[in-house]
Design a protein around this ligand. Structure first.
Ligand SMILES: Nc1ncnc2c1ncn2[C@@H]1O[C@H](COP(=O)(O)OP(=O)(O)OP(=O)(O)O)[C@@H](O)[C@H]1O
Length: 234
């Protein structure tokens, strides 16, 4: 099977401080993968590097065989908190904006996803709750037809119903060949849909295991993750 994401010997510093060191990670196509780690472990940083937003790293990052930044960006989608948009923008206007920005954006699919998420297309960003924003980010992300989806903490601070809706949409709208990397602090809420688990600890990829292997050894995914941090005190 083809490697969709390949990270080799990646290190990253910010203000002289080492944030990630010697990260190596290979993900194949068609997988749903959790990126786990406690606060400050480096999950967002790693996603920003893959997405080409954080640039001054050493090592190589390849997405669908593309390492060149422009080409790499065309083959991935990164949920970026909607920070670049005016608060007065309506949902449907964001759809139009994305359509101009990304050749692979399908506005029809966006309209369907917005409906599926029970969002009003005329709602403005300023009127939206955290959960509604997360749903919108998911709708925008999955309206692009791309190889790699990077979802940064899509479940933070949202209620159980919204979580279920997001998980359902991932299952329903995910293309067979695309790979999704989802960062979170907890794993239990997404455990059922995961193919693999990646844990960041001590500035690097501390563990990478398939959920099948974890379950084979009679361990729950949650225990597997918690055992990694067991001996640590905060
Ligand atoms: N702008 C910045 N300047 C300096 N250090 C930063 C900056 N942003 C993040 N860091 C540091 O980088 C490390 C990784 O942060 P990052 O946000 O990637 O972690 P995270 O795993 O996503 O955390 P969380 O779960 O809290 O979102 C932390 O030690 C943090 O202090």
């Amino acid at each position: 099977m083809a490697n969709l994401l390949e990270i080799k010997n990646l290190s990253y510093k910010k203000n002289q401080k080492k944030i990630l060191q010697d990260v190596n990670l290979t993900l194949q196509s068609g997988k749903i993968v959790a990126l786990l780690g406690k606060n400050g472990a480096g999950k967002t940083t790693l996603m920003r590097i893959i997405a080409g937003i954080a640039k001054n790293y050493t090592g190589t990052v390849t997405v669908s065989d593309f390492s060149d930044l422009t080409e790499r960006k065309a083959h991935l989608s990164f949920s970026d908190r909607l920070s670049g948009f005016r608060e007065s923008s309506k949902i449907k206007q964001l759809g139009e904006f994305y359509q101009e920005l990304y050749a692979d954006f399908d506005n029809k699919q966006f309209e369907q996803l917005v409906k599926f998420m029970k969002l009003d297309p005329d709602l403005r960003l300023a009127q939206m709750s955290k959960g509604m924003r997360e749903k919108l980010i998911i709708a925008l992300s999955f309206s692009r037809k791309t190889d790699l989806y990077l979802l940064d903490e899509p479940f933070s601070g949202i209620d159980a119903m919204a979580r279920k809706k997001i998980i359902k949409s991932i299952i329903l709208w995910k293309d067979e060949k695309s790979t999704i990397l989802i960062s979170d602090h907890f794993v239990n809420e997404i455990a059922s849909i995961l193919d693999e688990v990646v844990v960041i600890k001590d500035k690097t990829i501390y563990a990478h295991k398939s959920t099948e292997k974890i379950r084979e050894s009679n361990e729950s995914i949650e225990d597997f993750y918690e055992n990694i941090y067991e001996d640590e005190e905060d």
